[in-house]
Structure formats: structure tokens, C-alpha cells
Design a protein around this ligand. Structure first.
Ligand code: GTR
Length: 433
């Protein structure tokens, strides 16, 4: 990874030349606006927002096995290296799910075949997890388009923003979960709330799914809250496999920010997800930890001590010693499809570090699709770059998930899934262009 050190020097030279007084976005490769860098640096001087101050770093080799062998084909990746990396992330970052036996039951509590003025079928499903004498309910809400050939692909959102974004009555609409637009393109859309699995606060893992499944004292590699949310996505997958309206080979999982971190881990662990979308997942998600740009491992462990396993604290301020970096997390999605996106003002989540992470995962995608290639330089603002099973965009604006993002997610899904309904896709194209 000497290349990366050289690249940092080149970026530094380029940026020192271009930076002063330039706020407008160039038509070429994206770079952060000087005004945003300046504002964030002033409000959070303890964090780095300057590209030229990113330290030199060497990433762990994604394609070298623990015993030093270079992986050159998909078979060796699948048989050896994938498992090694998955274990490293389990042990050092997200934690291990306990082996406690549990039962699951699926109950459709509400079925409305004429939702959205007849355009969709609303299904509300309670997924009940029972262990011993206790139980926990995951509430899955979904709309399936009417009048298109079944089964259809589905987008499953791990929702960390609260139910006001996902109103099943559709009286309240939100770009965060734009159900009408997704339906109009021939896809189903589904959601569950992360708090069904584990409320997002530090309670020493007493409540939620930890309270139900954990046994004995917690270990340094016991699962944290992100792993619990990811586990919830897999239980929704269990339901989809039973629903004839849903194409079980075309299921996308996505999440925003902390939900994006969970979506990546869900996709890494559960290979039934055919497409994984990380929206502004930042530190502990898509962004390379070694860059120490915006949010850092130390800071995330301090602010959110419940998100990761306790072992992850070993890497606070000690990123270079981590046996993994996040390009290796992204590589675990191969040979399935992966889309990463960021927002231009969200430097806390390190858009460039997220892009480079994808770039550094591409050698693994290439093992499956030789032609996979994305440029080392970031794409311009609002111009997605895609190649075979990888895609990325950086949207203008702040930390959020908007219809604009969803439209690019769906464009990518159209490619990797093949349009679920060519007519719906064509109609939607006309509408959005
Ligand atoms: C921030 C956190 C980020 C990101 C974000 C969010 O406070 O530092 O890692 O997850 O919250 O979820 O919106």
C-alpha cells in the first residue's frame, strides 16, 4: 500500500494548490468545500477535516491470507479468505452472536390489498423471537406493488430514525423511506425499527435481544448493538423467504448512518442479501478507520459504547494496529452487489475515506467480475459511478437519506437485479428526468 502514501502526497500537493478561496464544486472529482472544512475544523478542532493532514497509513492486505498466501481466485477467496476476514470483524469490531437456541414465528397482523389508492399491498408482520420464557417482537412493515409480475425484489431499511418516517397509513410521507416512489418502480419496500432489537442507548445490554439471548457474563467479543440490528435484518430475511410476493434472490438491505453500519454488517454476515446499501455509514461503517478523518474509533467508542464489542476499544487511537480496515468489511459483500453513498457536507462520515474503502475492496470484486473498475479519484458531485456489482455516489448536502439517494439506489438495483418491471422503470425514468 505504498501507493496510498504516494497518493496522499499527491492529494496534498493538489489541494494546497487549489484550496485557497475556492468554494464552488468543480465539475471533476469531488472535494470538500473549503468553507465546510473551515467551519467544521473550527467547531470541532479536536477532529481532522483537512485532507492534507490525513496521516500516511498502510492498509491490511485484503487478499493475503493469515498465513501469508496471496489469494488469486474466487475459489480461494470463498474457501479461505472470506471466513478469515469475517472472523476478524466478529472478534474485533461487531462481536459474536450467542448460540442460544430460539424460536421464531411470523404473524401477518395487517393486510391491506388496496393500500396507496390500490397501487400496493400493505403487509404488517410481527416476527416473534422466543427463548426460554421470554420473547421479543420485530415489527416488519412492507408495501408490495400491485399489478406487476411477482415475485418482486425488495428494499429492507434498518430504520434508526423513528416511525414517523415510515407511516404505514401514508398520511405522513418522508424521503427517508419513499414508499410511493419505490413502488412506482416495481420494487417492494420494507422496514423495521432498530429499537425493536435493541434500544439505542447504553444499558449494559440488559434490554432488547441481548436481554433475551445473552447467557452468562459478557465477553470482550460479545455482540454489540449494531450486530443486534443486523441480526434483526436477517430475521426479516427469514420472513421474506416465506413470502411468495418477494423474490428471495433479490433482497436489498440498507441503512442510514448507524443503520448503514448495521446494514453492512448484516450483508457481511448473511449472504442471502443480494444487494447491500450503505448510506453515509462513516466510522465503523464504510469509512477507512486509518484515515482518522472526522469521527474516529476513539470518539465512536466513547459516544456509543454499546455499538461494538468491547474488543473494539483496543483500537481507539490505535488504528494502525487493527487487524482489519473497512475495505475488508466491504469485500465481504462479494460476489453480491454493494452500493456506498455519502453527502458532501457530511465530513464527519468521511466521504473520501468511504470511497477509498470501496476502491480498495474492488480487487476482491474483480475475482468474480474481472472488468470491475472504478477510478481512484472520486466521482463528481451527484454523479454515481458504478461498475458491475459496485456503485458509489456523493450527493450534495447534509447527513440524511433523500429521494435523490433512493433514485440512484434504484438505478443501481435496476442494473444488478435487472429491471423488475421494465415498464415501471421506464415510467419512473420519465418522471424523475
Ligand atoms: C453520529 C455518529 C455517527 C453516525 C450518526 C448517525 O452521532 O457519530 O457515527 O452514526 O450519529 O447515526 O446519524
Amino acid at each position: 500500500m505504498k501507493k496510498r502514501i504516494l497518493r496522499n502526497i499527491l492529494v496534498l500537493i493538489l489541494l494546497t494548490g487549489l484550496y485557497a478561496g475556492v468554494n464552488a464544486q468543480p465539475s471533476g472529482s469531488w472535494r470538500a468545500s473549503a468553507e465546510t472544512v473551515d467551519r467544521l475544523s473550527k467547531s470541532q478542532p479536536q477532529f481532522n477535516y483537512h485532507e492534507e493532514k490525513v496521516p500516511s497509513y498502510i492498509l491490511p492486505e485484503v487478499l493475503t491470507t493469515l498465513n501469508g498466501k496471496h489469494v488469486t481466485n474466487a475459489r480461494r477467496w470463498t474457501q479461505i479468505r472470506r471466513g478469515e476476514i469475517l472472523e476478524l470483524f466478529t472478534e474485533n469490531v461487531y462481536g459474536r452472536v450467542p448460540a442460544t437456541p430460539y424460536e421464531k414465528n411470523f404473524n401477518i397482523t395487517n393486510l391491506d390489498k388496496a393500500a396507496m389508492g390500490g397501487r400496493a399491498t400493505l403487509k404488517q408482520v410481527t416476527i416473534r423471537i422466543t427463548a426460554g420464557t421470554g420473547s421479543l417482537d420485530i415489527h416488519l412493515t412492507m408495501f408490495v406493488p400491485n399489478g406487476v409480475p411477482k415475485p418482486v425484489p425488495v428494499f429492507l431499511l434498518i430504520d434508526n430514525r423513528g416511525s414517523s418516517n415510515t407511516d404505514p397509513t401514508r398520511q405522513v410521507k418522508s424521503e427517508f423511506w419513499p414508499a410511493e416512489e419505490v413502488i412506482s418502480r416495481g420494487y417492494a419496500i420494507a422496514v423495521f425499527s432498530n429499537s425493536d432489537l435493541d434500544p439505542d442507548n447504553y444499558d449494559d445490554f440488559k434490554n432488547g435481544i441481548h436481554g433475551l439471548l445473552d447467557q452468562g457474563t459478557r465477553r470482550p467479543d460479545s455482540w454489540g448493538t449494531l450486530a443486534a440490528w443486523a441480526w434483526g435484518a436477517s430475521r426479516c430475511m427469514d420472513y421474506f423467504e416465506r413470502d411468495n410476493d418477494i423474490n428471495k434472490d433479490k433482497i436489498a438491505v440498507l441503512g442510514h448512518s448507524r443503520g448503514g453500519k448495521a446494514a453492512l454488517w448484516a450483508g457481511a454476515v448473511d449472504q442471502r442479501f443480494a444487494l447491500v446499501i450503505s448510506n453515509e455509514s462513516g466510522c465503523g461503517g464504510a469509512a477507512l478507520a486509518r484515515r482518522r478523518f472526522g469521527e474516529t474509533v476513539a470518539r465512536i467508542n466513547e459516544s456509543f459504547p454499546h455499538w461494538f464489542c468491547t474488543n473494539y476499544r483496543k483500537w481507539s487511537g490505535n488504528e494502525d494496529a487493527m487487524p482489519v480496515d473497512m475495505h475488508m468489511l466491504l469485500s465481504l459483500i462479494t460476489p453480491r452487489a454493494l452500493y456506498v453513498d455519502c453527502a458532501s457536507d457530511d465530513l464527519w462520515g468521511d466521504p473520501r475515506g468511504s470511497y477509498l474503502s470501496l476502491y480498495d475492496a474492488v480487487p476482491v470484486f474483480k475475482l468474480f467480475d474481472k472488468g470491475t473498475v472504478i477510478p481512484e479519484e472520486m466521482p463528481p458531485l451527484n454523479k454515481p459511478v458504478t461498475s458491475f456489482n459496485v456503485g458509489y455516489h456523493i450527493r450534495d448536502g447534509s447527513h440524511n437519506m433523500l429521494l435523490k439517494d433512493w433514485n440512484w439506489f434504484m438505478d443501481f438495483a435496476d442494473k444488478v437485479f435487472n429491471p423488475p418491471s421494465r415498464k415501471a422503470a421506464a415510467d419512473a425514468k420519465k418522471k424523475y428526468n
